[in-house]
Write a protein that binds this ligand. Structure first.
Ligand code: NDP
Length: 251
């Protein structure tokens, strides 16, 4: 039921953090991985790690905010693999400051990466999945899809948008056998959060106090949900937004 052998999976931001954690899980379930990022050194290291685990993987450089580059990436996947079964829209980032200090460029940079990038990749993946007779889109939101944060207005807006985009994809593509779901991670220890964890006084303590599990998550904590949502086990699950947060959203 959870076997992903013969499946082709593309993970944006798959060369580090949560994306690499999910790529590991998908690869260990049998999928062939295409990890996408901009930083060649990081991608090479991720590729070495995946291959050392016996996972079939390749790395592709692409900025997911660049429409032409995204089109070229998926055309290349089509040419070389002839199909795409699993898309994980994971690339994302934030700008940390209050709303009144945001420049328009900063706002746009976060929205372009976290929301428009996911749309561009999903749109480009659709014909490949349709041709394959179905597919799985996994969009990475956040617990900030559900809550506001005074220092992350663009992040919260983009991650809220991810949930609504996911529902729209699910409705539009159900007839094609494509399921679209969102995963909402809680506080996960990665490059994205290490700065805030070290610099924001009291953040570490607040995260630990607000997270019923009593710890930060790790990228590995996202592997299981990725495998479930990528596999036949989730064929009747679509349009959902699933927190993976140690109980943060329930508290
Ligand atoms: P990281 O900063 O560790 O990883 C982000 C990844 O995105 C990197 O691999 C980076 O690779 C890639 N990336 C960034 N910009 C682009 C771009 N323009 N085009 C292609 N790839 C890009 O972050 P996390 O692993 O923590 O976050 C992954 C996702 O999870 C994000 O969407 C984030 O919002 C979400 N999330 C994270 C949480 C956390 O606590 N860490 C909590 C909730 C959600 P490269 O530099 O090579 O481009």
């Amino acid at each position: 039921m959870f076997d992903l052998t013969e499946r082709i999976a593309l993970v944006t931001g798959g060369n580090g953090g949560i994306g690499l954690g999910m790529a590991r899980g998908l690869g260990q379930a049998g999928a062939t991985l295409i990890v996408v990022g901009r930083n060649a050194e990081k991608s090479a290291a991720a590729l070495r790690e995946l291959q050392s685990l016996g996972i079939r993987a390749e790395a592709q450089a692409c900025d997911v905010t660049d429409e032409a580059a995204v089109q070229a990436l998926f055309a290349d996947v089509d040419r070389r693999h002839g199909r795409l079964d699993i898309l994980v829209n994971n690339a994302g980032s934030t700008v940390r400051k209050p709303p009144q200090d945001f420049t328009l460029d900063e706002w746009k940079s976060v929205m372009d990466l976290n929301l428009t990038g996911a749309f561009l990749c999903a749109r480009a993946a659709y014909p490949l999945m349709k041709k394959a007779g179905g597919g799985k889109v996994i969009n990475i939101g956040s617990i900030m899809s559900l809550f506001g944060a005074p220092y992350a207005p663009a992040y919260c807006a983009s991650k809220g948008g991810i949930v609504q985009l996911t529902k729209s994809l699910a409705l539009a593509w159900a007839k094609d056998g494509i399921q679209a779901n969102a995963v909402l991670p809680g506080w996960i220890d990665t490059e994205l959060t290490v700065g805030a964890r070290n610099q924001v006084p009291g953040l570490n303590e607040r995260v630990l106090a607000r997270t019923p599990a009593g710890r930060w998550g790790t990228p590995q904590d996202l592997a299981g949900i990725a495998v479930f949502l990528a596999s036949d086990a989730s064929d009747f699950v679509t349009g959902a937004a699933i927190p993976v947060d140690g109980g943060y959203a329930a508290a």
